[in-house]
Design a binder for this molecule. Structure first.
Ligand code: ATP
Length: 304
C-alpha cells in the first residue's frame, strides 16, 4: 500500500534519511519507532508531499506521491491542528472543506466522524472546553473526515492519561477493522506492542530492524530476562557468563538473558555465591528488542 525505496534527505549538510526502505501492506498498523531526531517526521512530511526527498521513491497504492495522492492520506500531527475558539463541528467542517468535501456529503461526513471519535455529543462545544483526550480525538477526526486510505498518527497519545490512551487505542483498532492502513509513530513501546502488526525501528534515517513482534524477537537470544539487585554486581556478571546468561543494563537495572526456560530456583542456585537482594523475572519485551537494535547499530532491515 505504501512503498518507500532508497529515500534520501538532507537539510543542508546534515543527512537525515539514508536510503530508507519501508513497506506497509493494506490494512496494517505499522509502528515507526525511533529516538528524537531519527527522521520520523521528515519521512511523514515526504509521504504527505509537504517536503521533497533528495532521491528515492515513495508510492501509495502504486501511485507516486504528488498533490493528487494527498487525498488518500489523513494526518494527525503531534501538535493538535485545531482552532480553540471554534466548536468541534466547525473545526471539522473547516478541514473537510479543505479536502474538497461540500454540501450534504460534507455535513454527513463531519457528523459521522464526530460520532466515530465519540464526540458527537460535544459537536457544538468550543475546542478550548474539551479535555486533552477529547482534543486528541478531534485531532484524529481531522485526519479521518475525508475517508483516507492511509492514516498517519504522529505520537497520538503523548501526554495523555491512561483512560484517554485507552480511548485512542480503541479508535486505532477500529480503523484497522475498517481496513484503513495506519502509520503510527510513538515513543511508547507498550503502545506499539499492543497495536502494531509490523514495527520498523529507525535510527539516523535508516530502518535497522523491521518485522512483527515474533520476527523482531530474533534480536534477543533469551527465553526470559531476570533482573537482579545485588551489591556484588561484578561477581554476579562473572557467574552469569559462566552459565551462558548474557548480561545487559536496562537503565540502572542489571539484567541477564536466560537462554532457555528455567525454574526460578534453578536461576537463584546459579547465583548462590552472590548476596542477592532481589530477583525478578520479565518476559522479553519490545523495549529490550528496541534497545538491542538501536544500541548495536546492526543494519538488518528487511529491504523489499
Ligand atoms: P521527534 O521524535 O523528536 O519528532 P523525528 O524522528 O521526527 O524526531 P525529524 O523531525 O525528522 O526527527 O528530524 C530529523 C533530524 O532533522 C533532526 O536532527 C532535526 O533537527 C533535523 N531537521 C528536521 N527538520 C529540519 C529543518 N527544516 N531544517 C534543518 N534540520 C531539520
Amino acid at each position: 500500500m505504501l512503498k518507500i525505496k532508497n529515500l534520501n534527505k538532507s537539510y543542508g549538510a546534515r543527512k537525515v534519511l539514508h536510503d530508507l526502505n519501508l513497506h506497509i501492506d493494506t490494512g496494517q498498523i505499522y509502528g515507526l519507532l525511533g529516538a528524537n531526531g531519527a527522521g520520523k517526521t521528515t519521512t511523514i512530511n515526504i509521504i504527505c508531499n509537504l517536503i521533497q526527498a533528495d532521491s528515492g521513491y515513495v508510492s501509495i497504492n502504486n501511485q507516486p506521491i504528488t498533490d493528487d495522492t494527498k487525498a488518500l492520506i489523513g494526518i494527525a500531527p503531534q501538535e493538535n491542528l485545531l482552532y480553540r475558539s471554534l466548536s468541534c463541528e466547525e473545526n471539522l467542517t473547516f478541514f473537510a472543506k479543505i479536502y474538497g468535501l461540500d454540501g450534504r456529503r460534507c455535513r454527513e461526513q463531519v457528523l459521522k466522524t464526530l460520532a466515530d471519535v465519540k464526540l458527537f455529543d460535544r459537536a457544538k462545544s468550543p475546542v478550548e472546553t474539551l479535555s486533552g483526550g477529547m482534543q486528541r480525538r478531534l485531532n484524529m477526526a481531522v485526519a479521518l473526515v475525508h475517508q483516507p486510505a492511509l492514516v498517519i498518527l504522529d505520537e497520538p497519545t503523548t501526554g495523555l492519561d491512561i483512560e484517554a490512551r485507552y480511548d485512542i487505542w480503541e479508535l486505532i483498532k477500529q480503523l484497522k477493522n475498517q481496513g484503513i492502513t495506519v502509520l503510527l509513530t510513538t515513543h511508547l513501546l507498550d503502545e506499539a506492542e499492543r497495536l502494531c502488526d509490523q514495527i520498523g525501528i529507525l535510527k539516523n534515517g535508516q530502518i535497522l530492524a523491521e518485522g512483527n513482534l515474533i520476527q523482531l524477537r530474533q534480536y534477543i537470544h533469551a527465553e526470559e530476562i531476570v533482573v537482579i539487585k545485588t551489591v556484588n554486581e561484578e561477581k554476579a556478571i562473572a557467574l552469569a557468563e559462566k552459565y551462558g546468561f548474557t548480561p545487559r543494563r536496562y537503565g540502572n537495572d542489571l539484567a541477564f538473558w536466560i537462554p532457555e526456560a528455567m525454574e526460578l530456583k534453578e536461576i537463584i542456585a546459579r547465583f548462590e555465591d552472590v548476596n542477592i537482594d532481589s530477583i525478578s523475572r520479565q518476559p522479553v519485551r519490545l523495549e529490550h528488542i528496541y534497545l538491542e537494535v538501536t544500541q548495536q547499530d546492526v543494519v538488518k532491515s528487511n529491504q523489499r
